[in-house]
Design a protein around this ligand. Sequence first.
Ligand code: ACO
Length: 429
Amino acid sequence: MNRTVEMIIDGKPIELPTVVGSEGEVGVDISSLRNKTGCITLDPGYGNTGACESAITFIDGETGILRYRGYDIAELAEKSTFIETAYLLIYGNLPTRPQLVEFSDVLTENQMLHEGMRFHFENFPPSAHPMAILSAMINAASSYHPNLITKREECFPFHAARLISQVRTIAAFSYRKAQGLPTIYPKSSLKYTANFLHMMFSPHPGEDCELKPEIVKALDLIFLLHADHEQNCSTSTVRMVASSRANLFASASAGVCALWGPLHGGANQAVLEMLEEIHQDGDDGTKFLNQVKNKSTHRRLMGFGHRVYKNFDPRAVILKQQCDKVLSQLHKSDPLLDIAKKLEDVALHDDYFISRKLYPNVDFYSGIIMRAIGIPLDMFTVMFAIGRMPGWIANYKEVMADSDSRIARPRQIYTGATQRAYTPLEARS
Ligand code: ACO
């Protein structure tokens, strides 16, 4: 039987039910609190607030567990692919062979953008950040598909596949546009990640780039490791927008904007910028870490710390190994990797980081791999967005399928001026 929790407010006890998840997590259901007492809960940053019940991803931040639909992330990283994992996240189970073939076929059929979309690209300045282009273009794409709204349920599988497929095409087109390079169209014979690399790096239409299997595999792994992460900032944004019954593309576009910030998906770019700065400074990381620990500098060790993981981020462990592997396969060395390893080593033995439970997160090593692959710095967060798309779609689907879902509308504790009379302009000092 579920426990209840008793709260005493102004001397009056009230009983609140609890909800217990399949992994034993307990949530106190406070949805009746305001009606019963007039009080609300206050939790800036939502560190203690469960905004929904979800069956997609499980994280135990204390022990470093991450599972998509019950499958451990390390096992998926070893045995699955990004596209199979995308299906798993969205539809709840690993696909059978025919289901996977059908899913891949729909992705291929939807890989081309509407030709009219090409003109939208023309109007961005060359300096536009690819994340700005990505969010704008995903939203623009929604205007080409009115049945996103009129036939939302019926057409969901097509729109989900279209979004996963086209986010990659939009990302590659925006890179080519920023570089002043001719657009490379997708190639139906290539699988998802190889096709993306083809659109990014083929020198000219008709002249294909070499697709090294180890590079394709490394990028596919990066996409897979980013595919979902329960109620993070961007996914919560997608769910919040979806709660107003906005369409899938509009909700995903909002997710891209939330992801862009340096405290979230933008951290992978910020990590590389930080490592480059340390390198150019001739520092081995010691000076930089002292600045971080001196809080008055307001500097952070980017790629470290996580709201949920307080032990280690299992994705960072996989990526650290992958980083060494990719650099050795490509016969490359990178002084930034040496600095990253030094920073990690020192931080993991330093009381500042130990006492605050700060460990490397997914962004700490992903940037070094992307740099080795040849992905430009300002495209790093775009790679994250491509990877996260299945998770956003799965969460959107969950919101839409929940008949009890209400518009997300938090409250506040007002701390501004109390009522005052309007002062005419001439009487103001
Ligand atoms: N470097 C130095 N100090 C840090 C760092 C860091 N990277 N992260 C947290 N701290 C310190 C804070 O200053 C604070 O110290 P205090 O208790 O003395 O005030 C304490 O650790 C707790 O930090 P909060 O900011 O309260 O932790 P929160 O859970 O709100 O933030 C976050 C988590 C945003 C990830 C934070 O750790 C951070 O800014 N990290 C760097 C950016 C980054 O890597 N983001 C990617 C996260 S993963 C992702 O989104 C994919």
